[in-house]
Structures are given as C-alpha cells and as structure tokens.
Design a protein around this ligand. Structure first.
Ligand SMILES: [Zn+2]
Length: 291
C-alpha cells in the first residue's frame, strides 16, 4: 500500500509543470474573453443617429427627460434589452435611449400596433338588399341605397383585408336579409346605409351608436370621417336601431350621405369619393383598435 502511494506522488510531481501550464492557459483565455466583452459592452462613446428622447428607464413607457438631437454623443454606462443607459460627458444628463437611435447595431422593436386590425374580425352589414331597395334618389340617376351600401361594403372589405382583418359580410349579393339574420359576431360591427329625407337639402354623414360599448367606436369613426370626408359631418349620435340593439359587440350604423341630396348622391355614386370614405373608416378602425 505505501509503495503504491509513493508511486502515485512521484507521478503527480512529474506532471506538476504541465498542470501549471494548463492553469495559466485557462486564465489567459478567461482574460481574453473578459477583455473582448468589455470592449463590446462598455465601448464608451455612443452617437445618436436620429432625433430621439432620453428617458428615465429602459422602455418607451418611461417618462421623457428631454429630447436629444442627431449627432449628440454620450458615454454608455449600461444596457437593458435594446435600451442603452447613457450619461453626458459633463455627467449632467443621465438616462436611457433606445439602441436603434444610436450607432450601435440594434434593430427597432416591431411595433405591435403597426397592424392593429390584424386578425380582428370586422362584420360589414350592407343595408337593405333584394326586395328592400332602401332609400332612392329623386334625380334622373334613380340611385338606390341597396346598390351603394353593397359596393361600399365590398370595397371596404378589400381595404380591411389588406390590413390583416378578417371580414364577414351579412350579404354579398343583392338579396333580402332579415334584421335578425344580420346579427353576426365579430370584434366590430359596421352597418352601412345612406340617408334620405323628403327635402333634398338634408346632407352629410352620421355615425349612430346605441349601447355604451358602441360609443367609443362611433366617436372614433366620426372623427376620422370628419378629418377626411368631403361630406358634411353630423357627428356621432345615439339611436335605437335594431342592428345596434341586438348585438353585444361594438357596433355602429354609418349613414354615409343623403342619397336624396343631389350633391351627396354624386359623392355616393362616385367610386373615388367612396374610397375616401372607406379609407376614413379604415383609419378610424385602426385608431380604435390601437387604443
Ligand atoms: Zn338604410
């Protein structure tokens, strides 16, 4: 047994220089890695490559301390996610800047609100249809509401689908659909109509809502129509319409102009003008679902 231990110790001693070299090599590698890391993470000076904001913390949710200009440079003192903690060279200003506004190779976060309508189900309800022609004009054009509510809905459908929305229609052809059958569920419900009155003077668009959970959508769409459309905007109003009453989803009824008014009729029957209204509705929906 003693012999065995003696032999073992002799063997260990023989390998001692090799062990020292191995340990030294490992320490050297660790130092190299440390040095490279330090260079990457603490490379002191960073430049602001576009006008940005200095914030109190590492996300856009933190309050803004001040705006910072393209070309300004800072000393980098930390990093959390894609945000860089910086201090000005005179040490007076300290805060966080988004990495993508700096010379560092950091890509901006994709904004989840860029496509707020993505995967949202929007129900479009073209008013009237079939034996129910809705309102009609008094001019030689003899325009009927059911034709233009369907055209508007179809055009709106393709715009919404480009935004990633799923669109359901209560009718896709010239057919009669009862009000009960128009009750289809979605994330938002838009019933499309044209107004009419005996007097040819009445004109403009109105956005109707009935239940409390419909008011915000109505006001958002009304504001968007006000901004874009050429029709006079009569605002968002509360009215007890069956299509609004019978659903629990945010729903509105759009009266997009008076078909009984010759000027409005021209706009209703003009595809370019309809497109302006439809884009206003898409903008309004985007704003509504971004909130
Ligand atoms: Zn109608």
């Amino acid at each position: 047994m003693n012999k065995f231990i003696a032999r073992l110790e002799k063997h260990k001693m023989k390998n001692f220089p090799m062990l020292i070299i191995a340990i030294a090599f490992v320490i050297f590698i660790i130092m190299i890695i440390g040095f490279l890391n330090q260079n990457d993470e603490d490379s002191s000076t960073i430049y602001v490559t576009e006008d940005a904001e200095l914030r109190t913390g590492p996300s856009a949710a933190y309050p803004e301390i001040k705006s910072i200009d393209k070309g300004q440079h800072f000393h980098k003192i930390g990093k959390t996610g894609k945000w860089i903690e910086v201090v000005s060279n005179n040490k007076k200003e300290k805060g966080w800047v988004a990495g993508w506004h700096t010379n560092l190779d950091i890509q901006a976060d994709t904004n989840p609100n860029e496509k707020p309508l993505k995967d949202k189900t929007i129900v479009l309800d073209p008013g009237h249809g079939g034996s129910d022609q809705g309102a009609s004009s008094n001019t030689s054009k003899k325009s009927t509401e059911k034709v233009y509510t369907l055209k508007t809905a179809k055009e709106l459908k393709s715009l919404l689908e480009k935004e990633g929305a799923k669109v359901k229609m209560t009718r896709e052809v010239d057919e009669y659909v009862t009000l009960d059958d128009r009750n289809i569920k979605g994330d938002a419900y838009i019933s499309i109509h044209n107004d009419s009155l005996k007097s040819s003077k009445a004109n403009g668009s109105t956005v109707y809502w009935f239940k409390d959970n419909q008011k915000a959508l109505a006001e958002t769409l009304s504001a968007s129509l006000q901004k874009k459309a050429l029709l006079t905007n009569k605002g968002a109003r509360q009215e007890n319409f069956q299509v609004l009453r019978q659903t629990n989803v945010p729903a509105v009824l759009l009266e997009l102009g008076y078909i009984s008014n010759p000027t409005d009729e021209d706009m209703i029957t003009d595809q370019l003008h309809r497109q302006i209204l439809e884009k206003a509705v898409v903008d309004g929906l985007r704003a509504y679902f971004s909130q």
